[in-house]
Design a protein. Structure first.
Length: 146
């Protein structure tokens, strides 16, 4: 099995939309979407952003992992804000996600991006995954929305 990580381009849009829907309509998220087009527009809008940065992981030329985010300026330089991250259901729990994060980290270092940041929910398997892969809870940080 050859696992390759590359930057996300529009060439892989359909596969990414399908992976995203398949992943997030399952437990524990159980998300519902009005249409495939709604999710496709989410990706297109991200990709139009001049700060967009996304990665995909391929096995046998099939998209099995996905990270969608952006370069975010901060005091110490630039960080990679991960907005959405997913591993195909059949590849979860097999170390693919950890390899994916590591390869993203290596790519970010090559681009002088010196940090990664994301939001997730305590109690979801993703929380433990991120902790296992070196992410830390940032003090009393609270996410607010309006």
């Amino acid at each position: 099995m050859k696992f390759e990580v590359i930057k996300l381009t529009s060439k892989y849009l359909d596969e990414c939309v399908d992976l995203f829907i398949d992943t997030f309509t399952r437990e524990p998220w159980n998300d519902e979407y009005d249409s495939k087009e709604q999710v496709e527009n989410f990706f297109i809008n991200h990709m139009k952003n001049n700060y967009f940065l996304g990665y995909i992981g391929l096995i046998d030329e099939k998209v099995v992992t996905l990270s969608v985010g952006m370069k975010k300026p901060w005091i110490a330089g630039v960080e990679y804000y991960i907005d959405e991250f997913c591993i195909g259901h059949e590849f979860q729990g097999k170390g693919i996600g950890s390899m994916f994060i590591k390869k993203i980290e290596d790519s970010l270092a090559d681009e002088n991006i010196n940090g990664m940041i994301l939001n997730t929910e305590r109690g979801y398997p993703s929380f433990e995954f991120y902790i296992k892969n070196g992410f830390k809870v940032l003090g009393d940080l609270v996410v607010l929305g309006k």
